[in-house]
Design a protein around this ligand. Structure first.
Ligand code: PLP
Length: 433
């Protein structure tokens, strides 16, 4: 059997190009990271060959003695990494990623068309928390369940808990979801618990973005207040692409979460677990218990604060006025430009970040902000000083965007994109090049 270079030089070449892109660019996407070499070794191993439907000790396929050992080890490490007592909490490590993990929870605790509430997408929530527009039920969550989103207070940029309480009292959801994809502050779990209790709802935290920070106890602990906690494994946690669902072992609101969630994962929504991912996840969760991991997560936050402070010094408006976690959200609207244009210009300079909606935005296609994250470049050894330089680079990109927007004939985003792709426009002679 040949290696990749011999068997498929075309795919090998694409991988090499992507590796070079990752190596040369400034990776500032808040949901991305560089995983460990040891994780990649496990993910690229023979574990991918095995079917193991079911759970350790209860499989629908033979030959699973080693896979059972692996999944049991992964479960134990998951509970240990988040400082959980195995008598009170259980975990399913089979979800294929974050969105399936969330849908598996909904399948476990809700009936079709039951009600749920998550943070609005345009205010930092995730699609899988129930996003819909007045015209369209966009995510599976809003197609199969009735969703009403809560929002931020637009003047403070913080979750509007008073309004959430008022809406929950009227809407009577069965599930309230904490967690976000673009929220620079921590969640008030005691307040959300109270709101959920008042309407007899389950409280779930989707800690996908911040699970590394939670494992390192850099942010508040959602397990003290929530019934269910989901996460992806590839963001601040630095693992392979995957998902996990943690659940209370004692019944909640009359539901045995352990069997409901395990059954929702398999046979409800998935077949065979991705054992190579579970292998990589076990490795990542071993790292997550090390002092180096805690030091790394502290740096993720201090680097992000350095970035935020420099951006404020440069005159930028940040949603909520700063950051307590791994990301900042910059409101570009006061400068007369938007996130889509800035993202494009920075991309040309190998600086990768996201355009992002900011509270009060009219359009999701041309949103008014950008989201900048610190986990990936912190993995690559960046310090606070480096992140101050990153803020300065972004500032240059913003100035170039303002100039380019002025130079474009036509006001549509397409006109701008065409202009920056044309030979007429070049980053040459500009510092960013
Ligand atoms: N939950 C949150 C809060 C996220 O930010 C994301 C992805 O960015 C997900 C869930 C979905 O994860 P995946 O893309 O792995 O399905």
């Amino acid at each position: 059997d040949n290696g990749l270079s011999e068997a498929d030089p075309e795919v090998r070449a694409i991988i090499e190009m992507e590796k070079e892109r990752q190596f040369k660019s400034l990776e500032l996407i808040a949901s991305e990271n560089f995983t460990y070499r040891a994780v990649m070794e496990a993910v690229g191993s023979c574990l991918t060959n095995k079917y193991s439907e079911g759970l350790p000790g209860k499989r629908y396929y033979g030959g699973n003695e080693h896979i059972d050992e692996l999944e049991t080890l992964c479960q134990k490490r998951a509970l240990d990494a988040f400082h959980l007592d195995g008598k009170k909490w259980g975990v399913n490590v089979q979800p294929l990623s974050g969105s399936p993990a969330n849908f598996e929870v909904y399948t476990a605790v809700l009936k079709p068309h039951d009600r749920l509430m998550g943070l609005d997408l345009s205010h930092g929530g995730h699609l899988s928390h129930g996003f819909m527009t007045p015209k369209r039920r966009v995510s599976g969550t809003s197609i199969y369940f009735e969703s009403m989103s809560y929002r931020l207070n637009e003047s403070t940029g913080l979750v509007d808990y008073d309004k959430l309480e008022e809406m929950a009292d009227r809407f009577k959801p069965k599930l309230i979801i904490a967690g976000a994809s673009a929220y620079p502050r921590d969640f008030d779990y005691p307040r959300m618990r109270k709101i959920a209790d008042a309407v007899c709802a389950f409280l779930m935290m989707d800690m996908a973005h911040i699970s590394g920070l939670v494992a390192a106890s850099v942010l508040a602990n959602p397990f003290d207040y929530c019934d269910i906690v989901t996460t992806t494994t590839h963001k601040s946690l630095r693992g392979p692409r995957g998902g996990m669902i943690f659940f209370k072992k004692d019944p909640v609101l009359g539901v045995d979460l352990e069997s409901a969630i395990n059954n929702a994962v398999f046979p409800g929504l998935q077949g065979g677990p991705h054992n190579h991912t579970i292998g990589g996840l076990a490795v990542c969760l071993k790292y997550a218990q090390s002092p180096e991991f805690k030091a790394y997560q502290n740096k993720v936050v201090s680097n992000c604060k350095a970035l935020a402070s420099r951006l404020i010094e440069l005159g930028y408006k940040l949603v909520s006025g700063g950051s307590d976690n791994h990301l900042v959200l910059v409101d570009l609207r006061p400068l007369g430009i938007d996130g889509a244009r800035v993202e494009k210009i920075l991309d040309k300079a190998s600086i990768t970040l996201n355009k992002n909606s900011v509270p009060g935005d009219k359009s999701a296609v041309v949103p008014g902000g950008i989201r900048i994250g610190s986990p990936a470049m912190t993995t690559r050894g960046f310090t606070e000083k480096d992140f101050i330089a990153v803020a300065d680079y972004i500032h240059e990109g913003v100035q170039i965007t303002i100039d380019a927007k002025r130079a474009v004939s036509g006001s549509k985003l397409q006109d701008f994109m065409k202009f920056v792709a044309s030979p007429e426009f070049s980053l040459k002679d500009r510092v960013l090049d």
